[in-house]
Unconditional design. Structure first.
Length: 273
């Protein structure tokens, strides 16, 4: 087989086989990505979200733990109001820390310090100034916090991005499970406009956190994609090598051989003169 046919076959290999293999790899990787999305909820970028933590492995009465209320993807947050409700037979707000919110307990008719703390997000916008941080009602009897509020009473710089609005210290009353539901929320920016947002409720449970299948993990998908790319490159390389062995380099054309012989003969004749 001459060199022309060999070059044609190699060109066809490059033009057809390699793109086909790469397309197959992209299809497989795309399939893995879609499979991942079945198990993990899609998160829309730049959508303000108000979220309460989920706490797992609360396995005995008397355990204390912290629950953060966080906000993500917000712009110019001036103030917030949040109501939270839970099962009072499962957990209660811890008390006794004078750094927490002080309120009069209507049952004992005395001041009580509830271990609820202001997060750093609001005050980061104005270093050295103190924002408002209060609650209208905190009831361990009814399992609720009404109008937990924080923010600025005057116009000025406001916070954007992600951060912790408040931290609540709870104590387990008995082993079990309770939601931490946001029953009301309002967010306003520094133009007194309402900020639309999504709510993600929290949870306290004695159960361990859920375990997702390994193939939904990003590191696993990236590893598989890398292995696939290496395998494709190896397959193409082996195919090219086998083609070269099957179609060895073609011998020189007869015209080239004749020219070479003539050149050699001329050199020989000159050497005899």
């Amino acid at each position: 087989m001459n060199s022309c046919n060999y070059k044609v076959k190699v060109r066809k290999l490059r033009e057809k086989t390699l793109p086909t293999l790469l397309l197959l790899a992209l299809i497989l990787i795309g399939g893995l990505t879609r499979f991942h999305q079945v198990y993990v909820p899609e998160v829309k970028a730049a959508s303000t979200t108000l979220k309460v933590d989920k706490v797992y492995n609360v396995t005995s009465p008397g355990m204390t733990f912290k629950v953060n209320i966080t906000i993500t993807d917000v712009t110019n947050l001036q103030m917030y109001i949040i109501d939270i409700k839970w099962n009072a037979s499962i957990i209660k707000v811890s008390t006794g820390d004078q750094n927490g919110i002080r309120m009069v307990d209507p049952i004992i008719v005395d001041w009580v310090y509830y271990n609820i703390y202001e997060g750093p997000f609001i005050e980061n916008a104005r270093p050295g100034q103190n924002a408002v941080f209060v609650a209208n009602e905190i009831s361990n009897v009814h399992g609720k916090i009404t109008h937990l509020s924080g923010g600025w009473q005057t116009f000025g710089p406001s916070s954007s991005g992600n951060g912790v609005l408040a931290t609540i210290n709870f104590t387990s009353v008995q082993v079990g499970e309770t939601p931490l539901n946001i029953t009301y929320s309002a967010l306003k920016n520094n133009q007194t406009q309402i900020i639309d947002h999504t709510l993600v409720n929290g949870l306290v449970t004695d159960k361990p956190p859920p375990v997702y299948p390994i193939w939904t993990e990003l590191w696993f998908q990236e590893t598989i994609a890398g292995i696939m790319i290496i395998a494709i490159v190896a397959i193409v390389a082996i195919a090219i090598i086998r083609r070269r062995k099957k179609f060895p380099k073609a011998p020189p054309k007869r015209e080239e051989e004749a020219e070479e012989l003539l050149s050699n003969d001329l050199r020989y004749q000159k050497s005899r003169i």
